[in-house]
Write a protein that binds this ligand. Sequence first.
Ligand code: PAF
Length: 282
Amino acid sequence: MNTVQDISSVREQVAAWRDTGERIALVPTMGNLHRGHVSLIDVAKECAERVIVSIYVNPTQFGPQEDYAEYPRTLDSDKRRLRRAGVDLVFAPDDASMYPFGAEGMTRVSVPKLSSGLCGEARPGHFDGVTSVVCRLFGIVQPDVAVFGQKDYQQLLVIQRMVADLHLPITVVSGPTRREADGLAMSSRNQYLSEAERRRAPELHRALQHCARALRAGDRDFARLEKDGAAALAKAGFETDYFEIRNAADLDSPSSTAASLVVLAAGRCGPARLIDNVIVEL
Ligand code: PAF
């Protein structure tokens, strides 16, 4: 498994694989990899003969008060994990490769409707940073398939829409959310939690599941269910950004006859901003 920093090395390797008829799957990450990422790599391996993982902590998707500086950078242990996971190539670019003219005034890619609301409201500019960097990664690697986690559900839909709108010849595949034994979704940010916060954190998933059960049982009082979910999080000590029921396909507000819903929530548990969601097929 090679690790390369420059764009021409990735392109050369991808071209060589493609010449022999092999398909390429990309798993974009910001590093600090955990079992959740490994499960995305397993999905990628099912979709293509070659798997590339990118590791890049993208400055343009962090707000000024967010954790860009503190975000854990663990390239050496990440590489060991990726080798064990059977990854073919690691692409770990620096800022100058990703943003050769600097981030100010850069070409931006924006998916405005899906990016507004939910995490887009709590983190203004976040999704423009995500789409702008993912579009660059797609341009550099030119994968056949790209794999994203369902935990970042809004991000997944934003990227699917970007690919569709820009006619990019890439299949976006989602990987299921991996959870700890108590239901907490795996995330690099879980390590910011103190022991006491870690004990409270699974309440996020419990509140989502409670709401999902009510929906499956026929409850359609969305406003009350959202209020109850937010109250459960507040009781567990979360500073809640949102607890919302939306259409799974487009994140619009659902009608009472909608058949495919997603319940999404985000909030701060101590220093960690945690997000999670549950899909509810009715
Ligand atoms: O989900 C992430 O880790 C990031 O948002 C991504 C997709 C790698 C873009 O920086």
